[in-house]
Design a protein around this ligand. Structure first.
Ligand code: ADP
Ligand code: ZN
Ligand code: ZN
Length: 754
């Protein structure tokens, strides 16, 4: 039994980001173990902290160590392996250990188990009948009613007794006291998927799917743990391959985690896994209640389930026999956390798998440039599915130059060709999806006379226009960073001109235009505004799947992995919106979105068509997605990344400093740059390395919520050098009064611009 516990206090502050040692008193020996949340004296108050290590080695003068006072009731202990993972995350992504521990523990609090109660008759039949006669004679009607029912049924559900038989709780209590009935209590797990009815599973993999599965299974059986990149065109049957691998993993007594972007985690997807694996599957996502989440955590921990499906955070499911991690749509930016620690689920999954001797399968039709690069370099093994299941052809793709449309006098957002095809599909009762690429487009309002743009007074961004009821009447301007709102101006505040208006069409505007142009069509819209309530997202998809609408208009939400067999036409209305954002991922995102959007067409019996409308018809992201040619895209993109020394060829660390006090921020950021230079010039490990540094510069959004932001960019080939610099800076800002009230955050290989 260890005598001392090393503890991370439950306060996220750089100064407290180290372990503190406490004595384990004899009476707590049983309760204190690695991962528990302990109650400890700290200064002159009592706080909590996570036990991360037990030891017999005192680090200080033992007489000065204070004892742990208790273990926090209702807290959830962290698995020791996840503590190790948290330490790795802290080192590689920054932030405090406390923040990292909070990340690997997906739920905060124990929730009361739900109870199911039953009533059981304790008397034999003869006695019961005698008692019933007695109750009836005395006009104890409620007691009599209950007893009669119990004589017939033997055991009754408590809820039924209360509701259907209208028996008051006092009556039950009284019969319980007389030893006539017994109340039995069962604890039950909430099960978010048990309302599903498994339809059973019948499907044989095709040769190519089988070959891919067999290849990985051979490695699994040989105990070889690896990371695979499964590149398979949309509709090539990747999900079936995943399920085959999972089945094999379970047969070997191991467990599997399946990561799916939250937005693609629909009823349809869950159902496929449920049909095959039934109650061995559970899901974890933000739509579950606190109690549901807690119970899924317990079911995973107790080994009641073998498969956990969920977004990024499901990676931390407390499985003890982890054998396989699958990351579907691995290119999705949502796998990178936007809060500290800013971890990437892909790298973290690989680390967790490594700790368990487990394997990782990354899957995508359009792999991230990062993953493909790693596959080419041999870090991942590349496997491919190059054809759609049952040899369904990929849709025919045409690029329309919007500048030419304008020259022809077509001022509509719908090109002539798209309109013709829409007419035709509507006549055939086939469905259409219209995709508006809104990434990087704020829907801002500007003055066409003087160029004035309406901006948020607290943040350095333009406000977006939201229309209350379709028209411009009553429309308001909203800041997507801080939520600030104001009514849309009718005249320009700067020059007084009345030509001030929303510049670009949003989904709402397009819905209106489409309805006007095709009055016979039923139109559904899916975007930020129509999916705010809990189930609205699923409802819209379901309605479209049930063919309750002919046209679905939407943002990127509609292109993610949904399978609508009756869709034969996809229109991309303005492909290049995402090309003009200040982020080196712009081309990659555009290629992925266009390819995924195109992949929605022709998944059923009828072949599909795709129309890509753009102002940049010659851009390689547009051209290669038209051809659905990933290789070509990749070659051009990696050449650019290599030339610019961008990830994945080099690694990039962004240090973001933020403060309300602008002057103080400017001087602190400058000092940090100086200090970084000092380390690069003097430190052995960094000296010879080619390191590029840019900054301090304004962040691309230089002010949010009245907080100013400056960024420093550092690029170098070796990731570990960046980790070293991060550690030096963490140390530098500690106890440094220049950095008081200045928040410093690190982001390794960021997925979005700063
Ligand atoms: P992906 O994940 O690559 O987009 P899916 O696994 O969703 O592809 O498969 C696309 C469609 O083809 C699904 O409807 C799936 O049920 C079906 N499918 C997959 N594999 C087979 C197969 N071997 N035989 C018949 N249908 C299949
Ligand atoms: Zn103006
Ligand atoms: Zn704002």
């Amino acid at each position: 039994m260890a005598r001392y516990a090393n503890i991370i206090v439950d306060i996220s502050h750089e100064k407290l980001d180290k372990t503190f040692q406490y004595l384990i008193p004899d009476n707590l020996q049983k309760e204190v173990s690695v991962g528990v949340l302990a109650e400890i004296p700290f200064g002159n108050r009592s706080i909590t902290g996570y036990v991360v290590e037990l030891t017999d080695e005192p680090e200080f003068d033992v007489s000065r160590l204070k004892p742990i006072t208790g273990v926090k009731k209702g807290s959830i202990p962290i698995e020791s392996q996840l503590i190790a993972l948290a330490a790795w995350m802290r080192k590689n992504y920054g932030g405090t250990m406390n923040q990292a521990l909070k990340t690997v523990i997906p739920i905060k609090q124990k929730t009361r188990a739900i109870e199911r109660k039953t009533l059981k008759l304790l008397l034999c039949n003869e006695e019961a009948l005698r008692m019933l006669a007695l109750f009836e004679a005395r006009h104890f009607t409620a007691k009599a009613r209950l007893l009669r029912e119990l004589i017939a049924e033997g055991e009754l559900d408590y809820a039924v007794v209360m509701q259907r038989l209208h028996i008051p709780a006092a009556t039950v209590k009284s019969l319980q006291m007389q030893n006539i009935v017994e109340v039995k209590v069962f604890e039950e797990y909430r099960n978010p998927v048990n309302h599903l009815k498994s339809k059973g599973y019948h499907l044989t993999l095709n040769d190519r799917q089988q070959a891919v599965a067999d290849h990985i299974i051979k490695d699994l059986d040989a105990g070889v743990a690896k990371t695979y990149l499964l590149k398979g065109v949309t509709g090539s049957g990747k999900t079936e391959v995943y399920m085959e691998l999972i089945a094999h993993t379970i047969e070997r007594g191991k467990q599997a985690i399946v990561l799916i972007p939250e937005i693609a985690l629909t009823y349809q997807t869950v159902m496929r896994f449920y049909n095959r694996f039934g109650d061995k599957v559970s899901i974890m996502n933000s739509r579950l209640s606190q109690g549901e989440r807690y119970d899924q955590y317990l079911r995973a921990k107790n080994g009641d389930i073998d498969i956990m499906i969920g977004p990024r955070s499901a990676l931390f499911a407390p499985f003890s026999r982890l054998g396989l991690i699958i990351i579907d749509e691995e290119h999705e930016a949502s796998y990178k956390s936007e809060t500290v620690p800013r971890y990437h689920a892909r790298e973290t999954a690989i680390e967790r798998a490594h700790m368990n001797g487990a394997s990782v399968v990354l899957g995508s039709a359009t792999p991230s440039v990062d993953s493909y690069y790693h596959a080419k370099e041999g870090r991942y093994e590349l496997l491919e599915l190059t054809e759609r299941v049952q040899k369904k052809p990929l849709p025919a793709c045409e690029v329309i130059d919007l500048r030419e449309e304008l020259k022809k006098g077509n001022r509509s957002i719908l090109s002539e060709k798209l309109q013709i095809l829409m007419e035709e599909r509507l006549a055939k009762k086939q469905q259409i999806m219209l995709f508006l690429n809104r990434r990087g487009m704020a829907g801002f309002v500007s003055c066409r006379s003087c160029g004035y743009v309406v901006k948020c007074p607290h943040c350095d961004v333009s406000l977006s226009q939201h229309n209350a009821s379709g028209g411009t009447e009553g429309s308001r301007m909203v800041c997507h960073y801080c939520g600030y709102e104001e009514p849309a101006p009718k005249i320009c505040p700067s020059c007084g001109s009345k030509y001030i208006s929303g510049f670009k069409a949003g989904t709402q505007k397009i819905e209106m235009l489409v309805k006007a142009r095709f009055p016979q069509a039923r139109v559904l819209r899916m975007d930020f505004d129509t999916t705010r309530t809990k189930d609205s997202y699923e409802q819209i998809l379901q309605a479209f799947a049930n063919q309750e609408a002919d046209i679905l208009v939407g943002t990127q939400m509609i292109v993610k992995g949904h399978d609508f067999p009756n869709v034969t036409l996809v229109g991309v209305l303005a492909a290049d919106m995402s090309l003009h954002v200040s982020d080196f991922h712009a081309a990659e995102r555009t290629f992925q979105l266009l390819t995924q959007a195109a992949g929605r067409a022709g998944r059923g019996q009828e072949p599909g068509d795709v129309i890509i409308q753009t102002y940049s018809p010659k851009h390689y992201a547009v051209l290669t997605s038209k051809e659905q040619n990933y290789e070509d895209f990749y070659e051009q993109e990696i050449t650019y990344r290599r030339m610019m020394s961008y990830p994945p060829v080099w690694n990039l660390l962004v240090i973001m400093c933020a403060s309300e006090q602008e002057q103080k921020l400017i001087s602190a950021a400058a000092k940090m740059v100086k200090r970084l230079k000092y380390h690069m010039d003097n430190e052995e490990l960094l000296k010879d390395e080619k390191i590029q540094m840019i900054g301090p510069a304004d962040a691309s959004v230089a002010k949010v919520n009245d907080i100013y932001r400056k960024v420093i960019y550092i690029k170098t080939k070796e990731y570990q050098k960046l980790v070293l610099l991060k550690e030096r800076m963490e140390y530098y800002v500690q106890d440094n009064k220049d950095f008081q009230n200045i928040s410093v955050q690190f982001d390794f290989n960021p997925m979005s611009s700063f």
